[in-house]
Design a protein around this ligand. Sequence first.
Ligand SMILES: C[S@@+](CC[C@H](N)C(=O)[O-])C[C@H]1O[C@@H](n2cnc3c(N)ncnc32)[C@H](O)[C@@H]1O
Length: 256
Amino acid sequence: MNQALWRVTYEYLAARLPLPEWAFMNYGYTAVAPDTDSLELTASDEADRFCIQLYERVAGAVDLRGSDVLEVGSGRGGGASYMKRYLGPATVVGADLSRRAVRLCNRYRAIPGLRFVQGDALALPFPEGSFDAVVNVESSHCYPSMDAFLVEVHRVLRPGGHFLFADFRSGEKVRRLRDELARCPLDVVDEEVITANVVAALERDSDRKLRLIRQIVPRWLQSRFARFAAIEGSQTHEGFLAGRTQYQRFVLRKPA
Ligand SMILES: C[S@@+](CC[C@H](N)C(=O)[O-])C[C@H]1O[C@@H](n2cnc3c(N)ncnc32)[C@H](O)[C@@H]1O
């Protein structure tokens, strides 16, 4: 899909399904061995455990206490809200291309130190050196240029700041992503393939997601949604199992 189609899709979802309880749009993360997740969550966050654990894995890689954090591609705001409430940053700004999603987030999730702005990953609306960390979860596959995005991340980070990043790619784009990160002006300090953890989360969360889809999505759109959400048995889920699609996590650092 191109950028315009992604934009229409996410604007449509925010307009048609403005439900505060739908807070995440990622595939999730869990320990591969069942029943070994140990992240402590409040009862009201339990339903989103797998999606939150992906944020914990990505953003929890460095100590964010007292820092200024930007999330690019903040979606329905659940991840930015989790980071602000659990990881101790001074401020979190969520930026997303979808104007309607940003409006929903400011209505339902804004708390002191957490706000949302409309913005394009390729032209971030912030001055140079504004943030200690940039977080980006399952959004970059929508961007027309990863190189241009990485230039923007480098620009808005302070020296020594971190880029905390995770996303999936298929086929030859798996290797291309590693090349893009290797040639960008940030240093790769950690990387990890987390496909098995994402697949385990997809499988353990499939029933809940299917129930939610049946409750909130018009019948004619339900099968498309199941594919979009990578429900067990969907083409996307099969792609992960067959190794055609890989989910990776990276930590990069702007040289001091
Ligand atoms: C799959 S959702 C993930 C949302 C969120 N990170 C999460 O994990 O729940 C991808 C998000 O990226 C946003 N997005 C796509 N292209 C973008 C761009 N060029 N700039 C900023 N956000 C973008 C979409 O609007 C959407 O909210």
